[in-house]
Ligand binder design. Structure first.
Ligand SMILES: C[S@@+](CC[C@H](N)C(=O)[O-])C[C@H]1O[C@@H](n2cnc3c(N)ncnc32)[C@H](O)[C@@H]1O
Ligand SMILES: [Zn+2]
Length: 371
């Protein structure tokens, strides 16, 4: 089957009706990840404008090679690895078909990352990226791009698996996207710090199926310490949904909820409680999402929301709160306007139309939006 994405045409395994993720063939291809790949290409272009010296890009798990072909078309010097010989064969055909060159090898990504220092490394594994984080974060010169599709472990729904993969305790709350992203970033930052390097998130986005983040590497133990200082804990009341966060690697969970005195407090951490992006960089990525991208409009919408999103490590769901209060939900713009008018910071959150972030407490949200 032929697929057009961005400026390239590649051959991928047939996707049967109703099937997803390249089932029925040995080589993986998932059409629903086009948005992820479109944002990747825009990010690569914006990153080169920010760091003009970057040249080399490793598509560490290439499958059909679609990411690598697109990076090569954008002018990067591409290498690619996959452990599957059928994937490497198909990727070679796809590079040739698009008249771009790439150094493509049947190899384990970890070996390639330890052998060669790339400017940019892209991790796009099945499920958790945890087995690849050490090699990527210890060796990459500039930017590490990470996709994680193991959202249930990351957000605490499969907690034991999350603990094993990320050496943190995620909790299953209603803010799955934030919990997942911040558990992943915590592991990335701690892994980089072991190598005296800082991993600074410059863009992150979350969908129901995956978490994607781009971290810039700074080879400095001082910068690594600053990142570690942005790790901490989230305390969540299961009864009234009140939540608090603190920084530091020693947790001080409250014995009772500050809002309702319940003892049913969940402690999550260490999670990353800092900024998930650099708004200026996100604006630059947004301006690279041009008409060549099929998902351009959606990507721009997501990126514009991320740019203005508050940094709070949790979000609220308007419908969930309204249900708790026994009243009907209102238009999100009006709801946020009410919060602003009452003097609170508030923003949308990019992963859901009913999600919002605010510095107001639940009681303050309730009273600000009650009219
Ligand atoms: C999710 S797919 C990659 C999809 C591709 N990047 C895209 O955008 O369509 C994961 C790929 O990783 C490969 N893989 C699994 N373990 C690997 C390893 N240790 N090193 C390199 N590739 C690996 C699999 O063979 C598979 O092709
Ligand atoms: Zn409470």
């Amino acid at each position: 089957m032929e697929v057009n994405e961005g400026e390239v045409v590649i051959t991928v395994p047939e996707v049967r009706d109703g099937a997803s993720e390249g089932t029925g063939s040995s080589v993986f291809y998932n059409p629903t990840q086009e948005l992820n790949r479109d944002i990747t290409v825009a990010t690569l272009r914006a990153y080169r404008a920010r760091q003009p010296q970057v040249e080399t890009y490793l598509d560490a798990m290439m499958a059909s090679g679609i990411r690598g072909v697109r990076a090569a078309t954008a002018g990067f010097q591409v290498s690619g690895t996959d452990t599957d010989s059928a994937a490497v064969q198909l990727a070679r055909e796809n590079f040739a078909r698009n008249n771009v060159s790439g150094d493509l090898q049947q190899a384990d990504a970890n070996v390639a990352m330890h052998q060669t220092r790339y400017d940019i490394v892209d991790l796009d594994p099945f499920g958790t990226p945890a087995p690849y984080l050490d090699a990527a974060l210890a060796n990459t010169a500039g930017l590490v791009c990470v996709t994680a599709t193991d959202t249930a472990p990351l957000c605490g729904a499969h907690q034991d698996s999350g603990i094993r993969s990320y050496s943190a305790v995620p909790q299953n709350t209603e803010y799955h996207p934030e919990m997942g992203l911040r558990t992943l970033l915590s592991a990335i930052i701690r892994t980089a710090a072991r190598h005296d390097r800082a991993a600074v998130p410059i863009l992150s986005h979350v969908s129901r199926h995956y978490v994607r983040t781009y971290v810039e590497i700074e080879a400095s133990s001082t910068a690594a310490n600053e990142r570690i200082a942005s790790l901490g804990y989230v305390y969540h009341c299961e009864d009234c949904l009140h939540r608090d966060a603190e920084t530091g690697l020693i947790a001080h969970p409250p014995s009772r909820c500050a809002a309702c005195s319940s003892e049913r407090i969940l402690t999550a951490g260490p999670v990353y409680v800092g900024k998930i992006c650099d708004p200026e960089f996100v604006a630059a990525v947004c301006s690279e999402t041009d008409s060549r991208l099929a998902t351009g409009n959606k990507a721009r919408r997501i990126l514009s929301t991320i740019r203005t999103e508050l940094d709070t490590p949790t979000h609220y769901d308007q419908h969930r709160l309204c249900k708790l209060w026994g009243r009907s939900a209102s238009a999100m713009d009006d709801f946020l306007e009410d919060l602003h008018e009452s003097g609170h910071s508030a923003s949308r959150a990019h992963y859901s139309g009913t999600a919002f972030k605010t510095t107001a407490s639940i009681a303050e949200i309730r009273s600000a939006t009650s009219s």
